[in-house]
Design a protein around this ligand. Structure first.
Ligand code: PLP
Length: 387
């Protein structure tokens, strides 16, 4: 018998990789070209231009071969060396990753909050007052479904003269990010999230202040050295220092054209409305939101992290949903079993969200958590009707 997993239309509702449009998949099958050619320079320039608009920045943008983590490592490793303090704000798995990178390349100043709890700006200020070369923040902490106060932290970083490194891996391309206005010195995104391209590329924007810091580094990265990217990117015919992943470039360019065609305003509205629909459904189904907010934080608009309902393991919900053809995410590490997460990043539609909620209702009903199905779908529909 045919299984859902064998069908091409398995619904990917996880926080990346996300479903990739057929025209993006087709773009990857084009013939290879010389990466030191006007043709490649054209693709690179086109991608950088669209990304600059999405990032809302005049800073240089580079495209790295590698996933989001390659961009995070490039950012931290290019601007801070041993003995230089890097404050790493952590309230989830990816904040922890910045902490690990800061410990590896520089002198780590950890600023830890329990995963899913909001960032306390007073504590950020206290750490900055002690002086630091850089501060790292995950804007949209995917592991906990919380959106951290990037604008406020950018302001503080500027006041205390620290470089602001921001992971926008699951916000850029799906939610509002204002790199220049917020004073983000290095912003990072991965191709497989809100841009709905295949995995394998990272984009980073770099400010003048960050380049100045790079000039003072005693020891430099090799493959992901952002100074090398700057040198190659500044050529009259822009290129990457090493051979780029050409098929992924084709795909990203096509994916970015889809972003441009939709328009960022509409794209952000769609992400916000669809995540609100998921939250409304959760409320109607008596499922609690996982993150705790303060006045400076928000629920993520690209991923919803929900507490596992009493008596049900989040992993079971994830696995039952998979059997029904919908791929959602569980909790990572210490959050495993305790939460489950529904993504709505990329080119997700209202139909995708409603199908997901319907399947979730069936799963919850089978577990005996709800008496009848329909309340979640109805609540989500009311929100979606506004789109
Ligand atoms: N940062 C955030 C917020 C993420 O959600 C992810 C991936 O899920 C990463 C960083 C790491 O990206 P990658 O897996 O592409 O290296």
């Amino acid at each position: 018998s045919i299984k859902n997993m064998d069908l091409e239309d398995t619904l990917l509702m996880m926080p990346g990789p996300v479903s990739v449009a057929p025209r993006v998949l087709r773009a990857m099958s084009k013939p290879m070209i010389n990466h030191r050619s006007a043709e490649f320079a054209g693709i690179y320039t086109d991608c950088r231009g669209i990304l600059a608009d999405v990032f809302q920045t005049k800073n240089d943008i580079f495209l790295l071969s590698g996933s989001g983590t390659a961009g995070m490592e490039a950012a931290v490793g290019s601007v801070a060396g041993s003995g230089e303090k890097v404050i790493a704000i952590e309230n989830g798995k990816f904040g922890e990753r910045f902490k690990d990178l800061a410990a590896l390349y520089a002198e780590l100043v950890p600023l830890e909050f329990e995963w899913g709890l909001p960032v306390d700006l007073e504590k950020v200020k206290e750490k900055l007052e002690e002086g630091a070369k850089a501060i790292t923040l995950v804007h949209n902490e995917t592991s906990a479904g919380i959106m951290n106060p990037a604008a406020e932290i950018g302001k503080l970083a500027k006041k205390y003269d620290a470089l602001f490194i921001m992971d926008g891996v699951t916000s850029l391309g799906g939610d509002e990010v204002k790199v220049d206005e917020w004073g983000v010195d290095i912003a990072i995104v991965g191709s497989q999230k809100c841009f709905a391209a295949p995995p394998g590329m990272a984009a980073v924007s770099v400010s003048e202040k960050a380049f100045e810091a790079m000039n003072c580094m005693k020891k430099r990265l090799y493959y992901n050295d952002l100074k090398a990217y700057k040198k190659s990117g500044d050529k009259p015919r822009p290129e990457t220092p090493y051979t780029p992943a050409i098929p992924l470039f084709y795909a990203l360019q096509e994916a970015l054209h889809i972003v441009k065609e939709e328009g960022m305003e509409a794209r952000i509205k769609r992400h916000r409305t669809l995540s609100e629909a998921v939250r409304a459904a959760a409320g109607a189904l008596n499922i609690e939101m996982f993150p705790q907010l303060n006045e400076y934080s928000q629920y993520s608009n690209t991923i919803t992290a929900l507490k596992s309902p009493a008596g049900i393991d989040g992993e079971d919900i994830k696995n039952d949903m998979k059997k029904r053809g919908v791929i959602i995410a569980g909790g990572q590490e210490r959050l495993k079993s305790k939460i489950f997460r529904i993504g709505n990043m990329g080119n997700v539609t209202a139909r995708d969200v409603l199908s997901t909620i319907q399947q979730l209702e069936i799963v919850l009903h089978k577990h005996g958590y709800i008496d009848s199905v329909g309340a979640g779908t109805e609540a989500a529909t009311r929100v979606i009707d506004r789109l």
